[in-house]
Design a protein around this ligand. Structure first.
Ligand SMILES: Nc1ncnc2c1ncn2[C@@H]1O[C@H](COP(=O)(O)OP(=O)(O)OP(=O)(O)O)[C@@H](O)[C@H]1O
Ligand SMILES: [Mg+2]
Length: 362
């Protein structure tokens, strides 16, 4: 990782008896795009608000560029912020809204005009300066909010679910624009979302929050392919879990006795005899008629199809195993040979042990 720009050390926030943020420690590199991902109420906004200076930490500390942040009021922190709800000033034009942070900082008028002009071009709204927020679409308002957060060239940009209120197409379009701005300007971004797809698409690293604490930190690839806990495996992407008990452990692999004897990569700290689950992604599995031979070494289980869900470019086959657990297999539309597999059919499901992970039971 590049030089650390932001460092959070055992940051904690209590609201009365509620522990909203529970000893969060994290380093964010200069120029990095880091996303906080987690369910509602897991502490994402509260953490961001402490970084911005709008909430005071109960304990712990923060530095930006090596300097303690805690003594500084929000406007002296060199941090831009975009909130979930646009929060533009409704009685001010776009120009006035974007100029506001510069006026607060007592920048000269000519310089303000130049910078506002430049940043409105950057977000694709060069001719909208005279309009009022209510004369703009949701996506345009969010771009103005982005322009206002960037215009004073902060070292760090915080965004709390900035696209939450937009429809799917516009959201995807804005995701790409924000990624482009991040790349072109080299600005460091802390981004909050509870949309795991958005997090996977946009981030250099993702911080998974759960109940006020950090569950796991990693690149999108690491979290998707190598989740450390059942929570992460279930929260990022779709995952099948089959329960059993670990019967043997070798270096990186273990064996689980469940509906069949299954092998998978093992997560740290699990021992033989422990109750555990094996996790495998639907797209890593194969479905076939029971008489078909599975590839050598593959994990195989048998069951029957309960549902087939048509998804356009793929189909999901949902199968119930003999122990009652359900597994979903994703089959691409261009895969043929499953014409005989309908609802009720007996099937065999198989996957490579390396494509699955054995995790502590949830
Ligand atoms: N001002 C407050 N007073 C009391 N409790 C609060 C306050 N702000 C947040 N909380 C509580 O702190 C916890 C974390 O809230 P936070 O807003 O950080 O969650 P979040 O991860 O941003 O959730 P969401 O995805 O719904 O925005 C929740 O239990 C919430 O109810
Ligand atoms: Mg929030």
């Amino acid at each position: 990782m590049s030089n650390t720009l932001l460092e959070l050390s055992t940051l904690r926030k209590e609201f009365g008896a509620v522990v909203a943020v529970d000893d969060v420690s994290l380093k964010v590199g200069d120029g990095e795009f880091v996303t906080f991902l987690g369910p509602s109420g897991s502490g994402k906004t509260t953490t961001l608000m402490m970084v911005a200076g709008f909430q005071k930490a109960t304990s712990g500390s923060m530095t930006l560029g090596g300097q303690p942040l805690d003594p500084l009021p929000p406007y002296k922190r060199d941090i831009g912020m975009v909130f979930q709800h646009y929060a533009l000033f409704p009685h001010m034009t776009v120009l006035k809204n974007v100029a506001f942070p510069l006026e607060m900082r007592k920048i000269a008028t000519a310089e303000i005009a130049r910078r506002v002009d430049e940043v409105l071009k950057l977000v694709g709204l060069p001719d909208h300066g005279e309009r009022y927020p209510k004369q703009l679409s949701g996506g345009q308002q969010q771009r103005v909010a982005l322009a206002r957060a960037m215009v004073f060239e902060p070292r760090l940009l915080l965004m709390d679910e900035p696209l939450g209120a937009l429809d799917k197409n516009l959201r995807e379009h804005m995701q790409i624009e924000i990624m482009r701005l991040h790349r072109d300007l080299g600005i460091t971004v802390l981004y909050v979302t509870h949309d795991q797809e958005e997090a996977l698409v946009m981030s250099d690293r993702i911080v998974v929050f759960n109940e006020g604490g950090i569950e796991q930190v990693g690149t999108p690839d690491e979290l998707y392919e190598n989740p450390g806990t059942r929570f992460v495996a279930g929260f990022i992407g779709e995952t099948n879990f089959v329960n059993g008990r670990i019967s043997s452990v070798s270096k990186h692999m273990a064996q689980l006795d469940g509906p069949a004897v299954l092998r998978g990569r093992i997560s740290e700290g699990l021992n033989s005899g422990t109750a555990a689950s094996i996790a495998v992604r639907p797209e890593r599995m194969r479905i076939s008629l029971p008489e078909e031979k599975a590839p050598p070494g593959a994990n195989t289980v048998t069951g029957h199809v309960t549902d087939i869900v048509y998804l356009g470019r793929s189909r999901n086959y949902i199968a119930r195993l003999n122990d009652g657990s359900e597994m979903t297999v994703l089959v691409q539309a261009n895969v043929h040979g499953l014409e005989a597999v309908g609802v009720g059919a007996e099937v065999q499901l198989s996957w490579r042990p390396e494509d699955s992970k054995i995790l502590a039971a949830g």
